[in-house]
Design a protein. Structure first.
Length: 253
């Protein structure tokens, strides 16, 4: 197994993407710690993992609350002997469809502040435990998907947010590399499975996502989980400061 005996904290672990990553980590032998603000979805993920023979410990943690993040990381490290993987997967709360010229500053800033604050707080909390052990992997989701502006549609502050996270990822990698800690981002071109069935225009959005790819399909939740497990493992030991493109060719690096 790729992640046997590793401890992985997953912020946003009750969400669709976070849950997929938690299940993938558990399949590869990690003890997973899904964390989030709502207990019920965390419990569902943990129950699925345990039913499959894996190990999961949930916790209510707001990834924007500095004291709560530090307290939880300290508790995990003390009880289980350290933190090997930290993955920030929380929702950024961006507003889409409203032109920037018509958007309030509050709505524009929200995903930017959320992205940078959560990534910083969760990475810092993990790094404080990874540095003494001389190893660790810090992952986040969003990445370099914001290189090109989105034409004919507004996604608010999201593009700015992912670029800010990219800058933070590179700086974290530069400072933590000497301690054996890798920092990597995953980015997709959209995952149709995350669109609620009741969402108006779900079919057209799915078609739009797939039409932009070179493979004729969008990335799936299983794709994200499998790539995340590989990146968190020693088989990806040479990868840091990078944004890993799993857009099925929608973004050609």
């Amino acid at each position: 197994m790729l992640l046997e005996n590793r401890n992985a904290v997953i912020y946003g672990g009750g969400g669709a993407i976070g849950g997929a990553v938690a299940r993938a980590f558990a399949r590869e032998g990690a003890r997973v710690h899904p964390a989030g603000r709502t207990q019920a979805p965390l419990d569902r993920v943990a129950e699925e993992i345990r039913a499959a023979g894996g190990a999961a410990e949930t916790a209510l943690v707001d990834a924007l609350d500095e004291a709560a993040v530090d307290r939880h990381a300290d508790a995990v490290a003390e009880r289980f002997g350290g933190i090997d993987i930290s993955f920030d997967l929380i929702s950024l709360g961006e507003v889409q469809g409203t032109p920037l010229a018509e958007m309030s500053s509050e709505l524009f800033e929200r995903p930017i502040v959320t992205a940078v604050r959560s990534f910083f707080l969760t990475a810092r909390a993990a790094a404080r435990h990874m540095i003494p052990q001389g190893s660790g992997v810090i992952l986040n989701f969003g990445g370099d998907g914001g290189h090109e502006p989105i034409r004919n549609y507004s996604i608010g502050g999201f593009q700015v947010a992912v670029q800010a996270m990219s800058s933070l990822r590179r700086q974290l990698a530069a400072e933590l590399g000497e301690h054996g800690i890798r920092v990597v981002t995953l980015h997709t071109g959209g995952i149709p499975e995350t669109i609620p069935p009741t969402e108006p225009g779900r079919g057209s959005i799915t078609e739009m996502i797939s039409a932009k790819t070179l493979l004729g399909r969008a990335a799936t939740l299983d794709d994200v989980g499998d790539v995340a497990a590989f990146l968190a493992s020693d088989r990806a030991a040479s990868i840091t400061a990078a944004s890993i493109n799993i857009t099925c060719g929608a973004v050609a690096d």
